[in-house]
Each structure stands twice: as structure tokens, then as C-alpha cells.
Design a protein around this ligand. Structure first.
Ligand SMILES: C[S@@+](CC[C@H](N)C(=O)[O-])C[C@H]1O[C@@H](n2cnc3c(N)ncnc32)[C@H](O)[C@@H]1O
Length: 319
């Protein structure tokens, strides 16, 4: 199948988020093996491969459409690029199976790709009327519609509040469960977006759509996006060779907090509560944090790609 290039915000061609900043920290011109843990449309991987003819990339993704797309996009690099379907949490196993070790750089660009967000049938967006699916790997796991059908009301409210930072979470959960009790469970994106709009009221033109937070929360829950993220950062850093670089891009404050904490802990800062007599957070000094504050997109990037608005990048160097 030939894929059309997905468009970024305002119809511009898709552009990877924080690309220049990512390249600055990954420093792929040094050559070596780079692991793109979320290859998506292959934008970051392409730039890494272009930076030196000695650079190789293993691109991981859960989504087979993303892997097909990136394989096609990066075909011209021959065997310098390999695509692997896996959960990036299994990065150590991916490397073992690929018979590779000592990567020079590891990148994780969390969240959803334009390919997923702009494909109506994937159910990630309320811009299209479609089954409420939201699985990154459409061949496994439970859909968002099933989740809303199965979870208790309190749990639906909790996840919308925690993952969506939605203050009307209880009201939304109540309406979802009311519909369930009436034998009319939510099955489509439009049904959910309409329900949320009714539950929280309309929105002014300059505000985000009222369903945005609920959709984000459900996507995070369906794909277990926060679970095991901290352990992943630690295993990725353990795999890097000395002077290797780790770059993490997040789009949600909870993800950013995990990246920040984990990098601090692995740079030797104890993260235990102050009253604890001995450290049990496992702090050890294996990296130098390269970003004192998270790096965020500049005005020009935001103008070209409004979807980058909540992106934050953190980077570290293996000692
Ligand atoms: C923001 S996109 C990456 C875009 C990419 N950097 C580019 O330049 O096109 C995130 C990708 O990560 C994938 N993904 C999310 N969670 C994953 C996980 N746990 N394991 C592997 N891939 C994952 C998604 O399927 C999606 O394709």
C-alpha cells in the first residue's frame, strides 16, 4: 500500500515535534546505533539517518500501520533502518532479538501520531464519527468503548480526572453510566463528544473542545500509557553506551513528571520523602541531566504545528 503524507496542523506537511532540539541532544552525527522507541511516521528517524552515513536506527512501534508507513518512508536507507513491532517497554528484549547492543542514543516521543489521530476509523478523534476504539495496537487490548462499558462509575470518573485533568469528571462519568443503565452504551466518538458537551456545557470559540480532556484520558487508559514508563526509562538508560544520549518527549504533565523524576533519580538525586531514614528509591548516578528545565517548542514551531503546544523534551547523557 502507498501511504499519502499525513498533514500536520493547518494543512502543513507532518513535521516531527522539537526536531532540531532532539537532534541537538541525540547528536546522531557521531554515528552508531539509535533506537527510536516510537517511530510513528518516521520523521525523527529520518533526520537521525540523514545526519551520518554511519548511523543505524531500529524503529519500534505498537502500530503496524506506523511501521508500514515508516518502512516505506525510510526504504532508501536500506538495512540502516529496521522496524520492529513491539511495546517499547520491552526495549531490552528488542535489542537482544536484533542481536544488537550499546546504542548511542534512545528516543521516545510519547503519545499519538498524526497518522493515528487523522485516521477516522482509529477512533482517537471526535472530528470524525467512528467506533470508539483508541488502541495504538488495533490487534490487541480493550477498546475505549469496552472500557466505558465495563468500568465502575467511580473508576471512569477517576481516570477522566487524573489523566484528563477534567474538573467535571464526575458529571461525565455519571452520564456515561446513566446511558449504560438505559441499555444505550457509548459506542462511537460522536456519542461520547456529544455526551461530554452536554455534561460540561458548550465552549467559547477560543477554548479547546470540551471533549478534548476526556478523549485524552481515555486514550491514556486504553493504552496503559503511564504504567511502567519509569522502569522503561531506567532500562533504556542501562542499555546506552557511555556518553550515549536519552531523549524523551512528552505531551502530558503526568508523563513529564515521570521522565523528570526518573532522570533526576538516575543522576543520583534521592527521590525519597525527607523523613525516610534510609534511601529506598534506588537513586544512583548513571546519567548527567542535559535539560535543567524541559525544552518546549518555540513560537515558530507552534505557529506551524499547533499540535506541538504541550510538548516537553528532557534529555540525559549516560556517564
Ligand atoms: C507521537 S508518535 C511518534 C511520531 C514520530 N516521532 C515521528 O517523527 O513521526 C508516537 C508513536 O508511538 C507509538 N507508541 C505509543 N506507545 C507505544 C508503546 N508503548 N510502544 C511502542 N510504540 C508506542 C504510537 O503508536 C505512535 O505511532
Amino acid at each position: 500500500m502507498v501511504f499519502a503524507a499525513p498533514l500536520g496542523g493547518r494543512g502543513a506537511p507532518h513535521r516531527p515535534v522539537l526536531l532540531e532540539e532532539t537532534l541537538k541532544f541525540l547528536a546522531p552525527e557521531r554515528g552508531g546505533l539509535f533506537i527510536d522507541c516510537t517511530v510513528g511516521l518516521g520523521g525523527h528517524s529520518e533526520a537521525v539517518l540523514m545526519s551520518s552515513s554511519d548511523t543505524r536506527v531500529i524503529g519500534i512501534d505498537l502500530d503496524t500501520s506506523a511501521l508500514d508507513y515508516s518502512r516505506q518512508r525510510l526504504e532508501r536507507f536500506g538495512d540502516r533502518f529496521r522496524a520492529v513491532q513491539a511495546n517499547f517497554r520491552a526495549i531490552a528484549e528488542v535489542l537482544r532479538q536484533a542481536n544488537e547492543r550499546d546504542p548511542s542514543g534512545i528516543l521516545v516521543d510519547l503519545g499519538v501520531s498524526s497518522l493515528q489521530f487523522d485516521s477516522p476509523e482509529r477512533g482517537f478523534s471526535f472530528r470524525f464519527d467512528a467506533p470508539l476504539d483508541m488502541r495504538m495496537d488495533p490487534a490487541s487490548g480493550i477498546t475505549a468503548a469496552d472500557l466505558l462499558q465495563q468500568l465502575p462509575e467511580s473508576e471512569i470518573a477517576r481516570l477522566i480526572f487524573e489523566y484528563g485533568e477534567e474538573r467535571h469528571s464526575r458529571r461525565i462519568a455519571r452520564r456515561i453510566v446513566e446511558r449504560r443503565e438505559q441499555g444505550k452504551p457509548i459506542t462511537t466518538t460522536t456519542e461520547l463528544a456529544d455526551l461530554v458537551r452536554l455534561a460540561v456545557g458548550g465552549h467559547k470559540r477560543d477554548q479547546i473542545h470540551p471533549a478534548t480532556r476526556t478523549f485524552q484520558a481515555l486514550r491514556i487508559a486504553v493504552n496503559n500509557e503511564l504504567e511502567g514508563l519509569g522502569q522503561f526509562v531506567e532500562s533504556a538508560i542501562d542499555l546506552l553506551k557511555p556518553n550515549g544520549r536519552f531523549v524523551g518527549i512528552s505531551f502530558h504533565s503526568l508523563e513529564d513528571r515521570i521522565l523528570k523524576r526518573e532522570l533526576r533519580r538516575l543522576s543520583g538525586h534521592c527521590e525519597c520523602p525527607p523523613r525516610l531514614p534510609v534511601c529506598d528509591c534506588g537513586a544512583r548516578e548513571v546519567v548527567e541531566v542535559l535539560t535543567r528545565r524541559p525544552v518546549v517548542p518555540g513560537a515558530r514551531e507552534l505557529d506551524e504545528n499547533p499540535r506541538a503546544r504541550s510538548a516537553k523534551l528532557r534529555a540525559a547523557r549516560k556517564l
